[in-house]
Design a protein around this ligand. Sequence first.
Ligand code: 13P
Length: 264
Amino acid sequence: MPEMILAANWKMHHTLDKARGFVRELLQQLAELRKPGEPSVVIFPAFPHLAAVAEEAEGTRIQIGAQDCYIREEGAFTGEVSPTQIADTGASCVLVGHSERRHILGDSDELVAQKLTAAIAHGLRAFLCVGETEDERASESSRSVVEAQLESALTASDEITAGNLVIAYEPVWAIGTGRHATVADAEEMTAVIRAKLIQRLGAQSGQEIPILYGGSVKPGLLAGYLASGLIQGALVGGASLKASSFASLYGEMKTAAQGAGSGQ
Ligand code: 13P
């Protein structure tokens, strides 16, 4: 059974004070995050807040990740941040290919593949985001779009293992819109992703890489996505900004993780 993961993508939100305060409040509400266990929790703050959030989370189960990285280790690349610099803050994960990077900031499949390769080569766990736009869904090309995104990224690195890759299926039309994918649609795309992972990486890694759903996930919705065990968690935007709402989502994840652990 792949690891279960609840992840918060804060995007370009929070001040430094709020980012630190979130972690303190979450640890007050969920004291168990001070001990090992499942589900895993990952927070992706903005770059300037990585070190401070990592400091607040030190010694707990909360892992920290950056929202993007550059493909080189160092050099004259003004404004970019390298995987080594990310790791230096105490972060251990990085998002690559988020739809806002692909569709607003112009990251191509090729650049996403290079970022994934660089992140993994420098010891970060890459959270590769894939997903189709509304037009692509309407023209029934969701499957081919997501397969192409995966194909390009998965063939770029020969160092991928179940420990250094997580896939987040985030249909673009569901991000920040309040319109989430149905459980059946999310599961159908998860099956496409799982088949591609197995085809490219072999049965062992392919079966163990966690697949998360993202797109307007809110408390009350998450349990439905997790019920069958096909989806191993969520990458949450808006509903991850308040500690109370993120703690509710954690509760839903934990119930699902316990069900999976007892073979239900
Ligand atoms: P929302 O949960 O706000 O729809 O954002 C999802 C997302 O983009 C997470 O990466």
